[in-house]
Design a binder for this molecule. Structure first.
Ligand SMILES: Nc1ncnc2c1ncn2[C@@H]1O[C@H](COP(=O)(O)OP(=O)(O)O)[C@@H](O)[C@H]1O
Ligand SMILES: [Mg+2]
Length: 265
């Protein structure tokens, strides 16, 4: 298994942000992590990436405990795009993406042709080739988001963890990013776990979906089973219904916006 978590719990001080979180990902699978704000999605991703020390349980990459691996060893296997990544404003896209490649290069050799090819591919896949020399502060929010995705791609890791990769993007780029995610999984066998807010995008692109609520895993299964569970309305406290769009497609969640929903009514 490329990526597993068993009984992971994370505490911030004395408060539990994630409780007994287990998951097991198949190679090349796309899994969406959904849940209300503050439900523990980012915490789960950070724990899987080895950036947070769990109070209990463990994460494993290909059967090796993440806690026992060096940062660089992790980075060769797993690329993580945080929800709010930071870099100096004066950095250019090219520099940022080159930096994404660093785990493969290290201090003791220079970038070779394979590294350059990975960087070029990463820029091209995110439509940034012609922006490469712009600094981050000269970019729109969406372009900056794509620059970070590009840096994660340059890492050429077999596992990709994305924390809300489509936020700040217009709908055109949202679809492009999801399409890229789909291609990475199907054509390169990349295993992808991503936190995402749009239920329909999660359903459309994922093989499986995990639903978190208050740090606990409430559901882990196929998109269609989630649609049939009634959990979306309950967990997000909205009214809506799943509608069939085509026999071979998962249903689409149609949220009720015309009436204000009062909890309990
Ligand atoms: N660094 C932190 N210190 C203390 N509490 C945190 C920290 N990061 C997140 N939390 C809390 O942990 C819970 C889960 O947060 P998070 O994983 O960011 O949720 P999500 O990504 O689903 O919105 C929330 O209640 C949040 O306020
Ligand atoms: Mg988050």
């Amino acid at each position: 298994m490329p990526l597993t978590a068993s009984h992971l719990s994370v505490l911030y001080g004395r408060r539990k942000a994630l409780t007994d979180f287990s998951l097991s990902m198949e190679k090349g699978e796309i899994r969406a992590l959904i849940g209300p704000n503050g439900s523990g999605k980012s915490t789960a991703l950070q724990a899987l990436a080895g950036l947070l020390t769990p109070s209990d349980g463990r994460a494993e990459i290909e059967g090796v405990a993440v806690a026992s691996m060096s940062r660089r060893a992790i980075a060769k296997k797993l690329a993580f795009l945080p929800q709010q990544p930071t870099a100096p404003d004066e950095m250019t896209i090219a520099q940022l993406v080159r930096q994404g490649r660093f785990p493969h290069v290290g201090l003791f050799r220079s970038y070779d042709r394979k590294d350059e090819a990975a960087i070029e591919w990463a820029l091209e896949s995110t439509g940034l080739t012609r922006f490469a020399d712009r600094t981050l502060q000269e970019l729109s929010g969406g372009e900056r988001q794509r620059a970070w995705i590009s840096a994660a791609l340059a890492q050429e890791a077999d596992i990709l963890l994305l924390d809300e990769p489509t936020s700040f993007l217009d709908i055109g780029y949202q679809v492009e990013v999801l399409d890229l995610v789909h291609r990475l999984s199907r054509e390169r066998g990349v295993t992808i776990l991503m936190a995402i807010h749009d239920i329909n995008q999660a359903i459309a692109v994922s093989d499986r979906i995990c639903l978190l609520e208050k740090g606990e895993l409430r559901f882990d299964g196929a998109p269609r089973a989630l649609a049939e569970s009634g959990l979306i309305e309950r967990t997000f406290r909205v009214k809506g219904r799943f509608v069939e769009v085509a026999p071979d497609k998962p249903p689409h969640f149609d949220v009720e916006l015309t009436k204000l929903h009062r909890p309990g009514s």
